[in-house]
Design a protein around this ligand. Structure first.
Ligand SMILES: N[C@@H](CCC(=O)N[C@@H](CS)C(=O)NCC(=O)O)C(=O)O
Length: 247
């Protein structure tokens, strides 16, 4: 049995899958793509993942794309370490968090991440180079072209922060009864949210949960998990490469 993960150290979607693999104690090999060099856009990689994004899991001869799909696939195939509730209703609630995480915090966190980190690279490009770069992205073309080389406006940054704050408030409400994890027991719901929270902490936005004790405790509890430590090996945080972003 072979599990090969095509991913990138700093990618939050990749981190979700790495956490899941480590939590389940599965042996896997990691192929690291350099997203800035465009490793995800080669025709060879796009044969595996036509969206030109990471992560992609190759399990023997089966190719699975999309982080949430991959972690549910792993959950189906390797249930010995269970990361989902036992009841159908519980699993439905878990998927509510997974879909919410894809719709709200995952896109929202891209806005401050790009403004604080990636924009500096685009500013060094000519307009033509930047447009060609944007056009090369099957899934993210509009996102890049909309941002342009000036980055997101203050109003757009505020909107993204409001969506991230809404996520934190929802988590706080969910854990107000003293439960340690979003659904009581640890599950894929927690795994979906943590990479965004680590990213927020990394780019100096942990103030978004400064007044939310339950969320702060959830975060510290997560940091103690072995799988999290293994997932965030050196090179997985943006601040390790761009120390100025925590200000
Ligand atoms: N829905 C996809 C989104 C994947 C995605 O956006 N991956 C980003 C990194 S987190 C990526 O590969 N970006 C490369 C690019 O935009 O060129 C998933 O969850 O797997």
């Amino acid at each position: 049995m072979s599990l090969v993960l095509y991913n990138a150290p700093q990618s939050t979607c990749s981190q979700k899958v790495r956490i899941c693999l480590w939590e389940k104690g599965l042996e896997f090999s990691e192929i690291k793509l350099d997203l800035f060099k465009g490793d995800q856009l080669t025709s060879e990689y796009k044969q595996l993942n036509p969206n030109g994004v990471v992560p992609t899991l190759v399990h023997d001869n089966e190719v699975i794309v999309d982080s949430s799909v991959i972690i549910e696939y792993l959950e189906d195939l390797f249930p010995d370490v269970s990361l989902s509730p036992a009841t159908a209703a519980g699993r439905a609630h878990m998927r509510e968090w997974m879909r919410f995480s894809e719709e709200v915090p995952a896109p929202a966190v891209r806005v401050p991440s790009y403004n604080k980190v990636f924009l500096r690279h685009f500013q060094k490009m000519t307009e033509e180079e930047f447009i060609a770069f944007g056009e090369s992205k099957p899934l993210r073309k509009d996102f890049f072209l909309k941002m342009g080389r000036t980055g997101y406006s203050d109003a757009e940054m505020k909107q993204a922060e409001a969506r991230l704050r809404m996520t934190v408030e929802r988590m706080q409400l969910q854990m107000q009864d003293g439960r340690p994890w979003l659904l009581g027991d640890f599950s894929l719901a927690d795994i979906c949210i943590i990479p965004v929270m680590v990213r927020l902490n990394d780019i100096g936005l942990s103030r978004l949960w400064a007044d939310c004790d339950e969320v702060a405790e959830w975060y510290s509890r997560f940091l103690q998990r072995d799988a999290l430590q293994k997932t965030f090996y050196f090179g997985s945080l943006l601040s390790e490469q761009y120390p100025d972003i925590q200000a």
